[in-house]
Design a protein. Structure first.
Length: 549
């Protein structure tokens, strides 16, 4: 289906009138409605607070600015747009005309025709209007610079979120966009597109993107955003299906029989207690996939290979339950390893781990369910009983990379399960591409090939030694990466000695031979242990192969 098939969805912004969309975009552009301009207008403190969904500092600054006579015409317009779309303040028709640089006095009619404004029901001396959706600028390091519409966030609207709430750009969606490899790709799938944020990024390096969602309203928002930003995203409104296809349906159902080179997904992975007799109208579609426990993530991990071309990859976010019993908590990666099976390559990176109590509180706050004390306590109770029924002791969150291997490959398969809870490099995508290419080129090396290499210490790597007062030798030697996943590896004396000699001059075999003589090894076990450490240091990027030797 084309974008226009979802341009007139009830309850979503309307994008059937392309000239009106263009006029709206011109008004936003004339006011310089951009992240950089808003940050300059509000100041660092108020802008940072706004990024945390705290609007009071920005409200105070906007009140101060609108009372001033020192602003330029463009700054006046920008202050009004920020007040209207980001702070939820009502504006008069004349103020909206000023905000959108409308000399014909039709700003209200324009906004209402697009479904992004509505009359303010509060009684005022002069009729006023409120934004019915959130529209904010989005700028990213990959060159995407657009405006994105979504439902009004919880800190603007009153009460519990509507069940078919369409989420805007948040921390998770930004992290996923930064996690994605940005290689030129022919066909990509954005599974569970929401307001379309991953599709917007994919269009910068993919020839065609298919975006799916179970929510028709979400696809309505995506259609609006694609056409509002058609020029910036490289979309011809008259030939929409050349770049993007929108499809309605659950999980992989809408694309059965199709194959993609890249699948990206921020699925509705939030673990939610299931209730007897519930249906889709009782679920928050942006986060609740309607399955018990972490089944939506496990299902996708098991099935994504069916829609991938050979060598195709999938990248997604997810939650996973970590079981425990009277003997203690099990390893976090035990169940994810079972999901992957033997036919797919996988790299799981656990970024956070919460207790059942922390998890319940997080998601009950997310949907503003804390406003009703009795309902909050009842929901909290259901969460804890649900986790207890499956002996869940913790819930992990993180990033998932999958790849369908080429047919009949004899090369080693990439299988990594890492827990990294500290800050990492952003964007992570370029690092992922480099790390995977490194695995593909180096994981198959025989001992003979390894011994012939000349290695260099990566430029971001540093060594850290800890020595007790008066001790002759360090008790702990750490090797740290400054980029990528910023891993730390505990070194042995032999490994530290090897790394210190890696300047490209001597081969691995020469350095290992010198250490063997220096340390007086009797058998082959120490040598094989060191070679294992060297392989790990190469594959994790601490050491690089010197191509000049």
């Amino acid at each position: 289906m084309t974008i226009s098939d979802f341009s007139h969805v009830p309850g979503a912004p309307q994008s059937t009138d392309l000239p009106a969309l263009q006029q709206f975009a011109e008004g936003l552009r004339a006011a310089n409605y951009s992240q950089e301009a808003i940050a300059t207008l509000l100041g660092d403190g108020a802008y940072a607070a706004l990024q945390r969904d705290q609007i009071v500092p920005a409200q105070l600054q906007i009140e101060k600015l609108t009372a001033s006579t020192d602003l330029s015409e463009q700054e006046d317009a920008l202050a009004l747009i920020v007040s209207f779309f980001l702070l939820g303040n009502p504006l008069t028709a004349s103020e909206l005309d000023q905000a959108l640089n409308s000399n014909s006095g039709n700003a209200v009619a324009l906004l209402r025709s697009l479904g992004v404004a509505e009359p303010n029901i509060a009684e005022t001396a002069e009729p006023t209007f409120r934004a019915s959706v959130d529209i904010r600028p989005h700028s990213a390091d990959d060159g995407v610079d657009i405006w994105v519409a979504s439902d009004l966030p919880a800190h603007i609207r009153r009460g519990i979120l509507r069940k078919d709430h369409v989420l805007g750009i948040g921390h998770a969606s930004r992290n996923l966009a930064q996690f994605i490899e940005r290689q030129a790709t022919r066909r990509a799938l954005d599974l569970g597109t929401g307001c379309g944020i991953q599709t917007f990024h994919l269009l910068s390096h993919c020839e065609h993107v298919t975006a799916t969602d179970i929510s028709e309203r979400a696809l309505g928002f995506t259609a609006f955003n694609l056409l509002l930003n058609a020029s910036a995203l490289g979309i011809d409104p008259q030939q929409q299906d050349e770049r993007v296809t929108l499809k309605l349906g659950s999980l992989l159902e809408p694309v059965q029989g199709e194959k993609f080179d890249l699948v990206v997904s921020n699925p509705p992975f939030v673990i939610t207690p299931r209730c007897e007799g519930e249906d889709a109208t009782s679920q928050f579609t942006y986060r609740d996939g309607g399955m018990a426990g972490d089944q939506i993530v496990s299902t996708l991990v098991r099935q994504l290979g069916t829609v991938l071309n050979d060598g195709g990859t999938a990248q997604m976010l997810g939650n996973w339950e970590i079981p425990g019993d009277s003997e203690g908590q099990k390893e976090w990666d035990e169940r994810p390893r079972q999901w992957v099976g033997d036919s797919m390559e996988a790299w799981f990176i656990q970024r956070e781990e919460l207790t059942p109590e922390q998890y319940a509180e997080t998601w009950l706050r997310d949907s503003s369910e804390t406003a009703d004390r009795a309902a909050f306590e009842a929901s909290y109770r259901r969460y804890l009983l649900d986790f207890s029924a499956r002996s869940v002791s913790a819930i992990g969150f993180g990033m998932i990379w999958l790849r369908r291997p080429a047919k009949d490959t004899t090369e080693p398969l990439l299988r990594r399960f890492e827990e990294i809870t500290y800050p990492i490099q952003q964007p992570l995508g370029p690092f992922m591409t480099e790390a995977i290419d490194l695995f593909d080129s180096s994981a198959h090396l025989s001992d003979e090939e390894l011994l012939s290499l000349h290695l260099m210490v990566a430029p971001d790597v540093t060594e850290e030694r800890h020595t007790e007062p008066g001790a002759e030798h360090p008790g702990v030697i750490l090797l740290r990466e400054g980029a990528g996943l910023r891993r730390t590896i505990l070194e042995s004396t032999a490994t530290a000695g090897f790394v210190s000699a890696c300047d490209g001059e001597l081969s691995v075999g020469q350095i290992v031979g010198a250490l063997e003589a220096l340390l007086g090894w009797d058998g082959d076990s120490e040598r094989q242990e060191l070679l294992g450490h060297i392989r790990e240091l190469i594959l994790k990027g601490f050491l690089r192969i010197d191509a000049g030797n």
